[in-house]
Design a protein around this ligand. Structure first.
Ligand code: ZN
Length: 317
């Protein structure tokens, strides 16, 4: 069984590194003309008068005067790192937040649906945020998902360590630099999607998981579903993603703009460490280094293996 799992882990890394690379556009396709509003393709056309007319109707009829999301998404901001690119260990650019800076010019792009543009600007949040004062922090804009850090007596519990080792590692470094260096005592995988576990090797050493020094906590069925989705269905998922998000296009008002829940997935090293603690009951309580957690299995929701976590001490969910 152990040998079988190791083989599967290797298979996941091989199959999904293609996924991760492709997700970032085979590296990152930045477009130097994007800031000037130039089309990246010499044959590319400006939107037709019909498209412009439709976008203008949408701008007037959708509730864009409601700016609450812009204010709320800035709440708790602590600091952005001094860099906008994160390199992959393989030498390519894994992440480039600057490639989306064309969105921050205050312009309306007729080539982008106004709702998508609004969401794409909201997703430009970049850096370290405080969610619950002194207790829960988040690094945003380093990958498709957010990575969360919960302060324990002596260290951090890391929630959902992103898609790539390099972006997860950079997030942990930012947290330790701004909030004081602490060891990672546990990792929680909320569900079986790659953007919530793929960067785990950037925040923990597998030997510490095997020895039990670091807990990796996951919902029931996590390994089966992580493998089913990313290996058995890996090629189909990857192709779907190319069409769904246009991730192979240059980042431009005429190309890739956003992925709605975040900018994109990082084009780095995607890996997996098998959890050493499973939440098998519908509802389980656990205390890790002074932090109480109440887990609720929610299979078949956004992912086939998934769970919620409530922190009663912080009234955080
Ligand atoms: Zn998901």
């Amino acid at each position: 069984m152990k040998i079988k799992l190791n083989k599967i882990s290797i298979a996941i890394m091989m199959m999904t590194s293609g996924f991760a690379m492709a997700a970032g556009g085979g590296g990152v396709v930045a477009d130097p003309g994007a800031m000037q509003g130039k089309h990246f393709d010499e044959k590319g056309k400006a939107p037709s008068s019909y498209t412009v007319e439709l976008q203008n109707v949408l701008r007037k009829t959708l509730p864009f005067q409601d700016k609450r999301d812009f204010e709320e998404s800035k709440r708790g901001f602590i600091a952005a790192p001094p860099y906008k690119t994160i390199m992959a260990d393989a030498g390519n650019v894994a992440w480039d937040m600057g490639s989306y800076d064309f969105l921050l010019q205050g312009k309306d792009f007729d080539s982008v649906h106004p709702s998508l543009q609004r969401q794409a600007i909201l997703n430009m949040g970049y850096g370290l945020y405080e969610v619950v004062p002194g207790k829960i922090y988040q690094v945003r804009g380093f990958d498709l998902a957010n990575i969360s850090f919960v302060k324990t007596n002596s260290g951090w519990i890391v929630f959902d360590p992103l898609t790539a080792k390099e972006t997860a590692r950079a997030a942990l470094e930012l947290v330790n630099e701004k909030l004081g260096k602490r060891p990672v005592v546990a990792v929680v995988y909320s569900h079986s999607h790659g953007d919530h576990f793929g960067g785990v090797r950037g925040v923990v050493d597998e030997a510490d998981v095997k020895s039990g020094k670091v807990k990796i906590i996951a919902p029931a069925g996590f390994m089966d579903h992580a493998i089913a989705e990313n290996v058995y269905a890996g090629n189909a998922m990857t192709r779907r993603m190319y069409f769904q998000y246009g991730v192979l296009l240059p980042r431009s008002p005429f190309g890739h703009v956003d992925q709605s829940i975040g900018k994109n997935t990082a084009a780095g090293n995607l890996g997996l460490i098998e959890p050493n603690v499973y939440i098998n009951q519908p509802y389980e309580k656990m205390t890790v280094d002074g932090v109480e957690m109440e887990f609720q299995n929610t299979p078949g929701t956004e992912a086939p293996a998934e769970m919620n976590t409530y922190f009663p001490q912080f009234k955080a969910f």
